[in-house]
Design a protein around this ligand. Structure first.
Ligand code: ASC
Length: 148
């Protein structure tokens, strides 16, 4: 009887370990997916800034609006500290050491995405200036919190 109980306890331990890993991997997948969606909306504006695709302020307004909706989800999806999991990710542990700063950086991105939406009414110069500020907020957070 004791041996069977021991085996059950071991199996339960194995199951709960893999259950925890699965939950952690899902959190990592979700936040990586979110940032990929952000990049999908961001990408065409990069193309316009580089002159690779025609300037289209209506599309910038739409896409920047989507980024403004998505950016507040960044702190939500990084709420779980996965730094001790051993699972592969580019997220630096500093995110959870200073989650308030991480969240503030995401909030700056939201503000700047909204500013870009507004700037599309003011011409190409103002739009591209606002886009530069938005890109700088992405870069600023990546430099602090994303592994090279
Ligand atoms: C992107 C992308 C980033 C940002 C950053 C802006 O399209 O994938 O990480 O823009 O390069 O500075």
């Amino acid at each position: 009887m004791i041996r069977i109980a021991t085996i059950f306890a071991l199996l339960l331990g194995l199951c709960s370990t893999s259950w925890a890993d699965e939950r952690t991997q899902k959190a990592i997948d979700a936040r990586q997916g979110l940032l990929k969606v952000v990049a999908q909306y961001f990408g065409p504006i990069v193309g316009m800034a580089r002159g690779q695709i025609p300037y289209d302020p209506a599309l910038i307004e739409k896409n920047a609006g989507k980024v403004a909706q998505l950016a507040p989800m960044i702190p939500d999806l990084f709420a779980m500290d996965t730094s001790a999991s051993g699972l592969t990710s580019d997220a630096k542990a500093g995110i959870w050491a200073d989650y308030a700063d991480f969240s503030a950086k995401a909030a700056t991105t939201t503000e700047r995405a909204n500013a870009l939406v507004a700037a599309t009414a003011e011409g190409q110069g103002a739009t591209m200036k606002a886009f530069g500020a938005l890109g700088a907020s992405c870069k600023n957070c990546h430099e602090s919190y994303r592994q090279k």
